[in-house]
Each structure stands twice: as C-alpha cells, then as structure tokens.
Design a protein around this ligand. Structure first.
Ligand code: KIV
Ligand code: ZN
Length: 526
C-alpha cells in the first residue's frame, strides 16, 4: 500500500484516557505505559496536559526524555501560558508536537468561553503562530467540532493552516454525531478548506452513543489520516475510540485499502498493562481484548471451529499477541520454570521481584494445582502494584465469621512507620462491609466506597479472585485499589488497603496515635 494510505495512530491514553474518573496514574506508571505504546508502534503519544498540574508536566517531560520512536505531544489550551508550559515540558523530546485547542461550537463559545467567533478565530491563529515559534509540528483542535457550524469550521481551519498548523484535528467532543454525518463533515472539510492539503486531517471521537470507532472509521474512509484513540477505549465519560478496535478493523479488512504502523502482537499486552495500572477492568465481551473475544461457547460454534477455524474466527488470537495456552505450571514447577514463563509473557523481574513472585506462585499452586498464564500475570502485576504504592498499612491477619448470624471481621494491620500491630473488629451487613468497617476503625481516614467489583481470573472454583475498588476521599479525589487472591475476603481487604495507602500518600494524611485502642487518628494535613 502507498504512503497516502497510512493512517497515523495518535494515542491519547495518557491524556484523555487518564481523564477517566479514578484512572489516575503516577509518573512512573505513565512512563511504563508510554514505553509499551512505543513498542506497540503508535505514531504519536499525547503524554499529558503540562499546564494542568505539576504531575502532568513532569510526566510529559520524562516521557519526552526517555521514550524513543513516537512523536511526543503535549496538550495546551489556546493560551500563551499553556503553550509555554507544553513547550518547556517537551524540550528534551527528539520529536515533539504541541496540540492546542479552542472551542468552536456556538454553545461552547457563548456559554463557556463567552467569546465571539471573531475573537476565537483570532486567538486560534495567534496561538498556533506562537506555538510554531517552539516547534514545527503543531496540531490544532476546534473543540466540539461535531456541533460547530461547518462554515465557521472551514474558516478557522484555513486560517490555522495558514498560521502553521500541520495537523487539524476534528473532535466529536460530546460523542453526538453518527457515522454518515461525521464522514460527510470530513468530506466537506476536504472540499471547502482550500489549503487542506498542507495538513493532515485527524479525528478525535468520543463514545457517548457507542459510535466512536464507527465515526473514526467513517472519517478515514472520507479522507482523514490520523485517528486519536486510547487503549481499551478509556477516556472522558464513555471514553474514546478504542485503539485496538480501529487497528484490527484495518488489518482484518484489507479491502478498505488503509493500514497502520501498529505491531498488533503487542495489543493484548498493552491492554492488560493499561487495565491493571488504571484499575479499569475490561468488560469480558469487549471486542478484541475482552476475555470472551476468542471464546467459542455454543456446541455448533465449537464443532465448526474445530473442523475449520475460519468458520467462526475472523482474526487469530496470536495476531493480538494472545499466547495460545502452553502447559500450565503446577506445585512442582521451580523458580527457573516460573522465570522462563514470565519472560515469555514479557515480564523481566529483578531477583527480588522474582523471589516474591515465586512465593506467591507457590501459595497459589498449592491451592490451585494448575497455574495458567493469566494467574501469573495477575500475581506479578499485584506484586508490582504493591511495590509502586507506599505501604502505610499492611494486612497481617484477617478472621471472618459469616453465615446466618451477624457477619463479623477481626483485622490486624501492621503500621509500617513504627511497626505497630493494630487490631480491631466490627460487625457488618455482610463480610465485606465488616472487613471495611474494621479497617476503618483502625485507619480512620474518611472516605466513601464508590465502586466494588469482583472478577475471576480463570474458570473453576479454585480461581484467583481479582477485586477492584474505588474510594472517594472527602475532597472528591478518587483512588483505586486492586488485589488478587484465591481467598476472596483476603483480596477484598488487600484491595481496600491498596486504595487507602494511595489516598494517604497523596493527601498527606498525618498519622497520630489513637488513644482508645492504640490505633490511629488521621488528620488531613500539612
Ligand atoms: O474531546 C475533545 O474535544 C478533546 C480535545 C482537547 C481534543 O479532548
Ligand atoms: Zn477528548
């Protein structure tokens, strides 16, 4: 295929994706995701919005310095101070892009910006020229383009391209358009913006009506050549166009005549990494990367599939890097075998990490007898998560009594600051409520549990349970916690502590001795 048929993949998992409630990543996690995105072969990584917070600034700076291959991009409103911050964060990136935006729909200009069309157009042009003084690679987005007056859109696009924009991105910010309409908008832009050939047309579709991928597809059929998307489709509200879906559409349907530079065998690994680090579960029936995406359940399907794979399978699981199962490890497998399998799965552990993973593996193998790849991934990720979070409290002991009587939990936590063992017990409406109430009595950090989900890593009664929770602290910030264990109550307690440890680290809770039971009093602090 020719160069003109290449669709550039602009990944915004670390910017729009990270705007999903509770999906916050720390700087090291962002770097890990960015390195994996580079392996995946994305063309552009939108690494953050440097003006929005010191953490975002630092993440963009670090990714620009350390990640090679893709263009690294920073988002900026059409404001001098935003553009200067983005430029400064991108200073050491070999290939850098500034992405500046301003809203162009009447509803946004009137109610949000309180600016006239002329003012918006003037600012857009001035800020694109200003950004151009820092780098040649400038992207401009007319926010809410999907609901903007097309005539004004043509005018502003022509003006920003004259001012130096090399990519013009058309966002369907609120996910309102439908494929025929959005594709037609791209066609009209091609026909009505005289200098459009001097820029690449990009699209950025949100998924509020479940049409982000369909709208993106319709736009490239009509001439767009960059798609903004995220891993697992995460993002603001219902999310963005899912990278894995759009990429696999182009691979599976070559008659569309378009291609990407993505190494699809890295898709599954990238999806798991993002899901684990953001604590955002992938729904089992999610296209491409969901647990059921390649599972054949009905007898007729299984029969057909076994006779000839292509009867029911349009893609090979290997195409997305899903290893077809090797022999599972068991209680007698050694450290070496574990290390080999983890290396095959793409995990390169230090000696110390391997020791910990091996201890966990043995515990599981004793209970489960057969440990498959998904169990191993779950355990390794669990360990990595523990290491990435500063541990203020660790679960030492947990006893549960439940049944027809009153569910009761007795908990012992180790406070790491002084190695004190703190105990308490509580009744609850159920075992989870009892565990969380007992932990709260010890830790005493006000928060609200806003999400609790249980997933089984594999089939079978002995499967590892993965618990994902989200808690909200009183100022509104959301923290996620995750843990995996063959004992579901242990996983519940550990997931809660994982979230509490993050909350305590982040809001600077000051820990004091709590007089009643030698426990704690925690105050928002300093
Ligand atoms: O959805 C949107 O409009 C955006 C822009 C900043 C591109 O995220
Ligand atoms: Zn967006």
């Amino acid at each position: 295929m020719e160069a003109k048929d290449k669709v550039f993949i602009f990944d915004t998992t670390l910017r729009d994706g990270e705007q999903s409630p509770g999906a916050t990543l720390n700087i090291q996690e962002k770097l890990e995701v960015a390195k994996q995105l580079a392996k995946l072969g994305v063309d552009i990584i939108e690494a953050g919005f440097p003006f929005s917070s010191p953490g975002d600034f630092e993440a963009v700076r670090l990714i620009g310095k350390e990640v090679e291959g893709p263009i690294i991009c920073g988002l900026a409103r059409a404001k001098k101070e935003d553009i200067e911050k983005a430029a400064s964060a991108l200073e050491s990136a070999k290939k850098r892009r500034i992405h500046t935006f301003i809203a162009t729909s009447d509803i946004h200009m009137e109610h949000k910006l309180k600016m006239s069309r002329d003012k918006v157009l003037k600012m857009a042009v001035e800020m694109v020229s200003y950004a151009k003084s820092f780098t040649d690679d400038i992207e401009f987005s007319p926010e809410d383009a999907g609901r903007s007056d097309p005539k004004f859109l043509f005018e502003i696009l022509q003006a920003v391209i004259e001012a130096g924009a090399t990519t013009v991105n058309i966002p369907d910010t609120v996910g309102y358009t439908v494929p025929s309409e959005f594709g037609n908008l791209i066609k009209l832009i091609k026909e009505n913006v005289p200098n459009i050939n001097q820029a690449i047309i990009s699209v950025h579709c949100h998924n509020d009506l479940g049409l982000a991928v369909a709208n993106s597809l319709s736009s490239i059929v009509n001439g767009a050549r960059q798609i903004e998307c995220t891993i697992n489709g995460i993002g603001e509200r219902a999310g963005n166009c899912s990278l894995e879906e759009i990429v696999m559409i182009l691979k599976t349907r070559p008659t569309l005549g378009l291609y990407t530079g993505i190494d699809t065998t890295q898709i599954y690994r990238t999806s798991r990494l993002v899901s684990t680090l953001t604590n955002m579960l992938v729904q089992p029936n999610k296209a491409i990367v969901g647990a059921n995406a390649f599972a054949h359940e009905s007898g007729i399907h299984q029969d057909g599939f076994l006779k000839f794979k292509k009867t029911y399978e349009i893609m090979n699981p290997e195409d997305i890097g899903l290893l077809t199962s090797k022999l599972p490890l068991g209680p007698r497998s050694g450290r070496h075998a574990l290390n080999e399998r983890l290396t095959e799965l793409g995990y390169h552990l230090t000696e110390e990490q391997l020791d910990k993973a091996f201890t966990r593996f043995k515990e599981i193998a004793d209970k489960k007898k057969q440990v498959v790849d998904r169990d191993l991934e779950s355990v390794v990720r669990d360990e990595q998560r523990m290491q990435e979070t500063t541990t203020h409290y660790e679960l030492e002991n947990l006893q549960i009594a439940c049944g027809t009587g009153l569910p009761t939990a007795s908990v012992c936590l180790r406070r790491t600051s002084d190695n004190a063992f703190l105990k308490d017990a509580a009744l609850g409406t159920g075992p989870v409520d009892a565990i969380y109430t007992a932990i709260n009595k010890i830790v005493q950090v006000p928060n609200e549990l806003i999400e609790f989900s249980v997933q089984s890593v594999t089939e079978g009664i002995d499967a590892l349970a993965e618990i994902t929770i989200r808690i909200r602290e009183k100022n509104g910030a959301v923290y996620s916690g995750h843990a995996a264990n063959t004992d579901i109550t242990m996983a519940c307690a550990k997931a809660y502590l994982n979230a509490l440890n993050k909350l305590i680290s982040e809001v600077g809770i000051q820990i004091k001795l709590y007089p009643q039971h030698g426990g704690l009093e925690a105050k928002r602090g300093v």
